[in-house]
Design a protein around this ligand. Sequence first.
Ligand code: CDP
Length: 219
Amino acid sequence: MGYNVAIDGPAGAGKSTIAKLLAKEKGYIYVDTGALYRGLAIHFLDRSINAQDIGAVIEAVKEADVKIKYEDGAQQVYLNGRNITERLRGEEVGRMASATAKIPEVRDKLLMLQRNLAAEQDVVMDGRDIGTCVLPDAEVKIFLTASVKTRARRRYEELTGKGESCDLETIEEDIKKRDEQDMTRKTAPLKKAEDAYLVDSSDMTVEEVVRTIAALCKS
Ligand code: CDP
């Protein structure tokens, strides 16, 4: 049985940065579950499926085979045998992932894959429903958040750092919309598990957040 650390929280809270550093320090495998939803989103986008057309999404999901592999310690996502990791972080992909993640058939498709990864090895897994639904027995649960303004600025820096042109106000609006979508959906909404530690990273450095969480994990 693996040692499981679950980190949930809204878009831009810093989950992936923190989870990656924590995994490295502790020798755990980092599992980015958002990348799985993004992988399915690419499947829908490539088929020009409208996220509102639930029937078409449910049909298409049956033909999607998403797999995670680790190459030189980095997570790679494969969709029907093709490595699509490079395409995962696009804004359009994020919007499609959030819009389709509310569909139970989409979540079911990824549930066992996530549980199996955590059963086999020590993992730090980040997402929206890891502590509440995917790994309810995780040894450590964290709900990582930050103010909307801070999260929008971080996302802006992430995108401009990659040379993508974007606008801070649009990103802030997008983050608010994504929060609303993730928190109000019926299936596995984003919420803090009762037994999760709340960490607000608005005024914390990355190093401080990693130290805080590492202190809660077994040494
Ligand atoms: O990095 P960012 O916070 O923008 O998003 P992500 O973690 O890559 O996830 C993209 C979308 O997938 C989120 O907006 C969620 O709607 C959905 N998601 C989910 O529903 N459950 C998860 N465990 C992970 C992601």
